[in-house]
Design a protein around this ligand. Structure first.
Ligand code: C5P
Ligand code: ZN
Length: 446
């Protein structure tokens, strides 16, 4: 991989202008930011575009006579064969499913080098490695890169591989501090349970009256601040409060059938930037909301420190999260349809389906089947599929399911074994679901 990174650095040094194309989710936006910052510092003039998807026919939109170098971040892995045909130099920094390699494409993908692209490196942390090969001074971009990896949920259960090394170095360099604490992302316990859909407490999350009633019944002071309950606070009373809140939430989650993995992850390493002490999970969810609500540029500005960007991003996040909470609350009483090996539901908005499928499967639905969220948008059916570590260990590969089933019905799909998506022509959803059901059945019984 080092070799490929060196090749990338060498290519960059022979250019002035560069088109950077990154994915529109938290990983892609932070990765695009890290790569772009590093390129500017190296004296280049980058032009960044963040996009939801990259079809072969879209590539011409990104090139003009002046484009001699293109860099793809958190996107592009499925198009290596087509990128080879480009008249420009091409660098791909992606961690999605590895399909092929071509000598003329400089291709940094952890899956290509014996690493796990779902856990060891994300698009943004791969972009950080690229930035570091350009200049060691780019270490200050590490917190943004970590926010991207967190956006792809690579920190759940602990970081591994190069991601872990990056986090360790960031701590050593005084850029980041880690605290072991309850994985609640808002300022207070009350806000976390009310607003954040993760963890999702059945019958309670998203409903103020129920949250207040719940806290009264179990004697939790909702105003308790999460940051005061860290392992290094040295305050025994707070330590006990934290343990108490943890056990109450754990009990609740056991009642609603959550798996051990979910319960274990309630307490985890929470990363804060230094100085400023911004929760990196929080940064990640802000950037994610910007992307999902069609304002990737705002996510970039937020990281760039533009005045007012944080308030605007917070408002967008609340808009986004409230749609996710509402859909989950509906699915509490009207659960997904089940086939033999998969479960599925429809939503009006495609952008919430990844979160709804992921959180829903973890906290509300059948835990033994991957969840597929579908939405009909502009003559197409957009699909998000989510599984679990356990299902992946049992053979599930949703990237493969989405790719194969989508291609059979005239669409496209891909992603990761645990989280993938597809876009298919309208009217083909039933056929897609039937194929997906058969594919998952085959994978899990292998
Ligand atoms: O959109 P969503 O968050 O559900 O996407 C999950 C994963 O599936 C992402 O990694 C995305 O790149 C991939 N995907 C894909 N083709 C699609 C939609 C999503 O490869 N049409
Ligand atoms: Zn990613």
């Amino acid at each position: 991989m080092q070799n490929e990174l060196e090749r990338a650095a060498k290519a960059v040094r022979s250019h002035k202008f560069v088109r950077v194309i990154s994915h529109y989710d938290a990983d892609g936006i932070t990765g695009g930011f890290v790569a772009t910052k590093a390129l500017i510092r190296a004296g280049l003039s980058p032009h960044l575009t963040m996009t939801k998807s990259l079809a072969p026919e879209d590539l011409s939109d990104y090139t003009d006579a002046g484009t001699k170098l293109m860099i793809f971040v958190d996107i592009g892995a499925s198009l290596i064969d087509i990128l080879e045909e480009m008249d420009t130099d091409v660098i791909v920094l992606d961690h999605h499913r590895f399909v092929s390699e071509k000598d003329s494409v400089i291709y940094v993908n952890p899956n290509r080098f014996g690493l796990n692209g779902m856990k060891d490196l994300s698009g943004s942390t791969t972009a950080l490695l690229f930035a570091l090969v350009l200049d060691d001074k780019n270490w200050d971009l590490a917190p943004f890169a970590l926010a991207g990896a967190f956006g792809d949920r690579q920190h759940i259960g602990g970081l591994s591989g190069p991601n872990r090394l990056i986090a360790e170095q960031a701590v050593k360099k005084g850029l980041v501090t880690i605290k072991r604490q309850l994985r609640l992302s808002e300022k207070t316990v009350y806000d976390s349970i009310l607003y954040s859909p993760d963890p999702f407490i059945k019958g309670i999350t998203g409903r103020a009256q129920q949250v207040e009633e719940f806290f009264r019944t179990v004697h939790i002071d909702g105003d308790t601040e999460i940051a005061d309950m860290t392992d290094d606070s040295g305050d025994m009373e707070m330590f006990e409060t934290s343990n108490y809140i943890n056990s109450i939430i754990t009990l609740q989650l056991i009642k609603q059938g959550c798996e051990p993995e979910t319960l274990e992850n309630l307490v985890s390493d929470v990363y804060y930037t230094l100085p400023g002490r911004q929760n990196i999970d929080d940064l990640s969810s802000l950037v994610n909301a910007c992307g999902r609500r069609g304002k990737s540029g705002l996510g970039f500005e937020l990281m760039n420190g533009t005045e007012g960007a944080e308030a605007e991003a917070s408002a967008l996040r609340e808009e986004h999260r409230s749609l996710i909470r509402s859909r989950l609350i509906e699915l509490e009483s009207d659960p997904p349809e089940e086939k033999e090996a998969i479960q599925y539901f429809y939503s009006d908005e495609a952008v919430i389906n990844g979160a709804v499928a992921g959180i829903g499967r973890e906290y509300l639905f059948n835990r033994d089947k991957p969840a597929f969220g579908l939405a009909v948008v502009a003559g197409k059916v957009e699909i998000s599929a989510r599984g679990s570590t356990k299902l992946v260990k049992n053979g599930l590969n949703l990237a493969e399911v989405c790719r194969v089933a989508a291609e059979k019905v005239g669409g496209r799909g891909g992603g990761h074994a645990i989280a993938s998506g597809a876009s298919i022509p309208e009217g083909k959803d039933e056929e897609f679901l039937k194929l997906a059901d058969e594919l998952v059945k085959e994978q899990i019984t292998l």
